[in-house]
Design a protein around this ligand. Structure first.
Ligand code: PHE
Length: 467
């Protein structure tokens, strides 16, 4: 139903919505820790290099595929290839991946809601206890918050592209940026903050190994919401009047700046509030860091600002993280919805309801995976450890598949659609693209260096996780 396909109202609407998707837990927590552990500014340089030379072209290719086909990922691969079955299958992977990522991202967002509730009712002290996280994720009351979150997410998505996704991003993204800035300024004025700044930024090239480079590529990829079908779908809502290369650049810059500022907030905060921080405790897992480590850090503020002051600061920070997670969650749930609308001709209302049921069906076992149900908690075994249903979904779809989907996007754009087709789409709404250095780089790299890098990342991740 053509009238059900929305469009962003402006370039800014697209940029904010795509940035809303891109800015998530990866930026606010994983990036600062990764950077500080892997050589500080040295890592930053490598990361910027990955964004500019690996991710930026893939981002443009995804958005161009969406705008050209006016479809979701399955439709985009099918339409542009002229209906070839094998590309349709690849497109299905581009729906399954976001569908499954949404499942475990929902669970993490539910935990954030519970933390917000606990902090606002005086529970920061409890959250700072060692056993708190393990206890919270095993609470049967999680289902209540799950239901609440799903209602909110699906009401937003019922509002469609302009009235739902874009409106949410227009409110939350500027709020998030201002909150981040204020919190950062506050933290930087504290005694002891400078230890964190140097821990974060002093370059140490000796720490840069191949594994670090591998990690930088895959994190950059994940952080920009690549390989999740999101940019293909958002590209289908992007106006033909506007420039894809320019808007993409803005999204990549916004995402990277927020990650950078998050580093200037988190690490100085850790060192200022608790000068005895053992840097080995800074795990690279964003989940562990947010839910187990940070409440302790906030609680240690109470000596200076009292329990209420510490709780207010924690509440501000967790609200920030929640906003970032909510905009990412909404973006990812939209992908299967767009598929049901395009491929099965569902109305948006019907597609949203259908997806709500599907997501609930999978999110319930994922919620039960951390203690509520023994069956889902010890669901399977690989890589030498017992894994829950939640772990399985996150390992397969979050950690492993993304670079593979990115690889297929490159191969598809370079050899099936052909660089000439892609170039023609990227020239629409952009008078400067044709003949530019960027075009030459795209034409050269999209079928060669970039897919090779992504394939290496994919293989080494498989090796690390499963073997
Ligand atoms: N890009 C997000 C981040 O940096 C990841 C994400 C986006 C996850 C959308 C799920 C859905 O955290």
């Amino acid at each position: 139903m053509a009238e059900d396909r929305g469009q962003f109202s402006s370039k800014l609407g697209f940029i904010l919505a795509a940035a809303g998707s891109a800015v998530g837990l990866g930026n606010l927590v994983a990036f600062p820790v990764m950077a500080s552990k892997n050589g500080g500014a040295a890592f930053l340089i490598i990361y910027l290099f990955c964004i500019a030379f690996v991710c930026y072209p893939v981002m443009m290719a995804e958005i161009a595929m969406g705008r050209r086909s006016q479809r979701n990922p399955v439709g985009a691969f099918t339409e542009i290839s002229g209906g070839m079955k094998r590309w349709r299958l690849v497109g299905m992977l581009g729906i399954l991946t976001p569908f499954m990522i949404a499942v475990f991202y929902t669970v993490i967002t539910v935990w954030l809601v519970v933390y917000l509730k606990e902090i606002s009712t005086g529970g920061l002290g409890m959250l700072a206890e060692d056993s708190a996280f393990g206890e919270i994720v095993a609470r049967p009351s999680l289902f209540y918050y799950l239901a609440l979150l799903l209602v909110v997410v699906f009401i937003i998505l019922l509002g469609g592209v302009k009235g739902g996704i874009e409106r949410l991003a227009k409110i939350l993204m500027p709020t998030l940026a201002v909150m981040l800035l204020l919190l950062t300024v506050f933290v930087l004025t504290l005694d002891g903050a400078s230890a964190g700044i140097s821990y974060y930024l002093v370059p140490d090239f000796s720490k840069v190994t191949l594994t670090v480079v591998n990690g930088a590529v895959s994190h950059a990829f994940f952080s920009l919401s690549l390989g999740m079908g999101i940019l293909i779908t958002y590209g289908s809502y992007f106006s033909k009047e506007d420039s894809i290369p320019q808007s993409t650049r803005m999204v990549a810059m916004a995402d990277t700046s927020i990650a950078f500022f998050a580093g200037l907030l988190i690490l100085p905060a850790i060192f200022a509030f608790d000068p005895n921080t053992n840097t080995d405790d800074l795990s690279t897992s964003s989940v562990g860091l947010i839910f187990s480590f940070l409440p302790k850090i906030f609680l240690s503020m109470q000596a200076a600002v009292g329990y209420t002051g510490a709780s207010v600061a924690a509440l501000a920070f967790f609200t920030l993280v929640f906003f970032a997670a909510l905009t990412s969650l909404v973006s990812i749930v939209e992908i299967p919805i767009s598929c049901w609308i395009d491929e099965w001709k569902f109305s948006r209302r019907k597609a949203v309801l259908f997806q709500a049921v599907l997501l609930a069906v999978f999110a319930i076992p994922a919620t039960m995976s951390l203690g509520i149900s023994d069956f889902f908690t010890n669901f399977t075994f690989y890589g030498g450890v017992s894994k829950s249903f939640f772990d399985l979904v996150s390992d397969v779809f979050y950690s492993t598949i993304l670079p593979l989907v990115g690889f297929t996007v490159c191969i598809f754009s370079a050899y099936q659609w052909k660089v000439s087709g892609l170039s023609a789409e990227l020239s629409i709404g952009d008078d400067n693209f044709e003949g530019s250095r960027l075009q030459k780089y795209m034409n050269f790299s999209l079928g060669t260096v970039i897919p090779a890098v992504l394939l290496i990342v994919f293989i080494s991740t498989v090796y690390q996780i499963y073997l």
